[in-house]
Design a protein around this ligand. Sequence first.
Ligand code: ATP
Ligand code: MG
Ligand code: MG
Ligand code: MG
Length: 565
Amino acid sequence: MLHAMRYSKYFVPTLRDDPADAEVISHKLLLRAGFIRRVTSGVYDYLPIGLRVLRKIEAVVREEMDRSGAQELLMPTVQPTELWNKSGRLEKYGPELLRFNDRHNHESCLGPTHEEVICDLVSRELRSYKQLPMNLYQVQTKFRDEIRPRFGLMRGREFMMKDAYSFHADAECLSKEYQNMFDTYCRIFTRLGLKFRPVEADTGSIGGNNSHEFHVLAESGEDLIAHCSSCEYAANVEKAVSSRSMPQSEPGELTLVDTPNATSAEEVSAFLNCDIAQLVKTLVYRAVGGENDGEIVAACLRGDDQLQEIKLAHAIGADSVELASDAEVISIGGITGFVGPAGLSARVIIDDSLKAASGLVAGANKLDTHMTGLDVARDLGDVVFTDLRETRAGDSCGKCGAAMELSRGIEVGHVFELGTRYAEPMEVLFQDQQGKRAVATMGCYGIGVSRLMAAVVEQCNDDSGICWPANLAPFQVSLITMGKSEAVIEASEQVYSQLIESGVEVLWDDRKESPGVKFKDAELIGMPVQVVVADRSLKEGLAEMGVRGGSRQSMPIGEVAAAAI
Ligand code: ATP
Ligand code: MG
Ligand code: MG
Ligand code: MG
């Protein structure tokens, strides 16, 4: 990678203001600082400065993967859908798989993941157990036709992934490699300077024993993760809740479910691991408290009773509902609930054949105040309250019985024991030690390389811009020339050459811009060290050096390069 650049010749289009369509900080800053540009929904250009960071993230990932014993290869982006037919997930994968026909009417897809292609490759080459185990990885473009691409690099349609696939003769060997990958991921995310947490994840429809997701902790994260600070048990909420049964209300009884942090119906239902229709078995009361949680997302639906009944019925997938006359239907966080006047209760009766129980009502007048589900429960007295943050002893949501904390996370990595789910239909076979044909056992391990770029920015920013960790910054040093005299240009040139000779990556702002503009851009882009050559201090043979956002020290021009290493 080139060590140095002159800003005047470099393509870094920065923006003064936040782009209107960017919601999260990483999206705003990466656009403003000239790292990325949008091509179309969920598809981005990496501009030169953005590519530098991406390559540095990739380099850390590659170094640690190589160190772990995995071998890099490169598979194609375009995959024949025949392979997906063979594995049995062509239809199951759904509309995220972008399919198209070529001129010979052969159907292909853009690879969202590569289990099929790698199995196809290995199945043709694998003969004997002596070739196992092996772990093959690539760093490559993936395409998933996400229904809601958003937050810039966080959820793209086209994105960079590191994906690895390991092959083993038996489950024990797979477990060892799984642990090896788990440790490798911890090293990678630590080297990237991230606050992260590995959490247990559901193995879902694939089955298998073990799966962990790695989450970067950030308010903007799309996932909810549960964590116990006493026993360190951590899981994504789907996993944390999946082994708990959904709280059931008996007719005439209300179960309040506190779903802190959830701001949409999808999140609440993900949290409860049930669909929206099931949810209404239980009145969902979104905890209102804390700064970001203050607003009730959806407004109360008032007015024509009949209309509300129809809406409610629609929301829960019932044909009709019968509301007590003093009840109102409200929507909280996108979830339809039922509210009666304070102190009174209203019963909503839903057709039993739909397996929905009846629910009761929380005090309507409480909804605009700050209170938690627990407060409501206390208020109502005769209510069964289930706080999903509480874990009881022996509850498979936690190990020790202490309360669980919920936080938001960005999924940046995922490791999975696949077992024979793909190897069997794809016929990844080998001769075992007894000379018998056996199916290989597999693991797969993904890292969202481009999502990581956004995740780092989510954690490392301030009011002025991005604060890159030194090993990921596009350049280590931002060299700023203040003044137009020949002497100051010459001295800057000298510092620039010395930095290059010392192997320091430097972006020299040699533009004819005001110092204000130069400092703003330097802080926005986020180089960790600033070196300033200015007319005033140059008279004494000095330059200034300091870390971004901190104070600067004067030092002789000739000593800058040594100090910057
Ligand atoms: P998500 O739950 O965020 O949709 P996923 O579970 O579908 O992710 P995996 O199949 O586990 O993703 O892929 C491995 C990694 O690829 C993820 O952990 C994530 O870091 C990254 N990734 C997945 N989808 C995207 C995307 N749309 N944009 C950027 N990175 C992604
Ligand atoms: Mg996904
Ligand atoms: Mg996921
Ligand atoms: Mg995943």
